[in-house]
Design a protein around this ligand. Sequence first.
Ligand code: GCO
Length: 480
Amino acid sequence: MSHSHLPKDFLWGFATASYQIEGAPHKDGRADSIWDTFCRIPGKIAGGESGERACDSYHRTAEDIALLKQYRAQVYRFSLSWSRIIPLGGRNDPVNEKGLQHYVKFVDDLLAAGIQPMVTLFHWDLPDALDKRYGGFLNKDEFVKDYENYARVCFEAFGSKVKFWITFNEPWCSSILGYSTGLFAPGRTSDRSKSAVGDSSTEPWIAGHSILIAHGAAVKAYRDDFKAKDGGQIGITLNGDWTEPWDPNDPADREACERKLEFAISWFGDAIYLGKYPDSMRKQLGDRLPTFTAEEIALVQGSNDFYGMNHYCANYIKHKDGEADINDFSGHIQALYHNKAGEVIGPETQSFWLHPNPLGFRKLMKWLSDRYGGPTFYVTESGTSLKGENDLPLEELLDDEFRCEYFRGYIGAMADAHTIDGVDVRGYTAWSLMDNFEWAEGYETRFGVTYVDYDGDQKRYPKKSAMEIGAIFDKYIEKE
Ligand code: GCO
């Protein structure tokens, strides 16, 4: 019996996002994104923090590339800050050459170091001007045109240097956390204790719909005008946890698991691969869930060259009785960390939502692969925080065995998905290259394989996991 493996041209590396690492919010003509303005609202971010300084990566590109080389990364997934490139965001607003050239040089430097760039066009930092001007995602027609224009500016500037484009990172988070719970920018919600504006019963579904159409429009632009000469691939990155029934003997809990996956992932995945929204969503949401016009579905269906998969953990799912609340966004279920028998889904971490469960990764890959006809996967994020990591003395903190174990488990599960279940997976970028601004959790939660000393001039220190990832891949990637 041969052990599980990954294909010989498998690409691995690390991932980050612009607002989480760059800092320098006013440098070289950048304007505010919705995250800059959101962070200024008291009480939104732990410790009253923001991405103002973060890892200072805008000024430390050489240092970051040196880390990637030291760790033997083959690919680096990072995102572009739209408001550096087109500060006011819109199709009639000027392009900021300084901001754009910063990234062009960064890509050149990566390539010179032998590292493939994987570029995310949008990782949540919408130019604030577009939110103020017309409500951002809530105005589909304006947003789609502005996004397509921005995407074209980037395709044009990077040309054949970039072979992997990701249109949007985790539209579920932008839609639900931004427009339902209000925990993320722009912070709209029906919960009046959190925000004076927003309607959680409709806005998240409108936002998600706009993102899907904008994704489709950008993919069409790339395929029509760039793909043949530049030779890249383009796709979207979707997040989603695996689900296990709270009571495996209760059919209602088993159904609730499917429903939860559909609300979290198939909302976008079905549109892209099957050309429709899931029936379970239509049933619960009725006409609060937008419908696709024929023209829209032609843009969206078949619009992924690859499936970008962000995956961290799993939950137990229990069905709820009665009618779903009008603001419910997960399919009328309850997500729990223990099951009926009292078993836990995985150990605790510093992130309340993250309980690692490697087997769930393999199961979800198979579930997606079966549902969507065996697409090519790139795992664009996976990683963990550690309970109490921020409070440890430096020496102990650098010895992050828990994170190493996470990567052994998850990469092993991915190799099983490939070898045993036949899943076509070709890449993995670990979250994250370094500790960074963890959104509403500020700097208290660390996900990096590199420690960043926020009180010590942002100095970087490799943790044990930084080198361990390469060692794990050496074990799995086929030599011949
Ligand atoms: C994401 C996020 C990252 C987070 C990570 C850990 O795409 O979910 O892209 O920005 O930092 O997920 O929470």
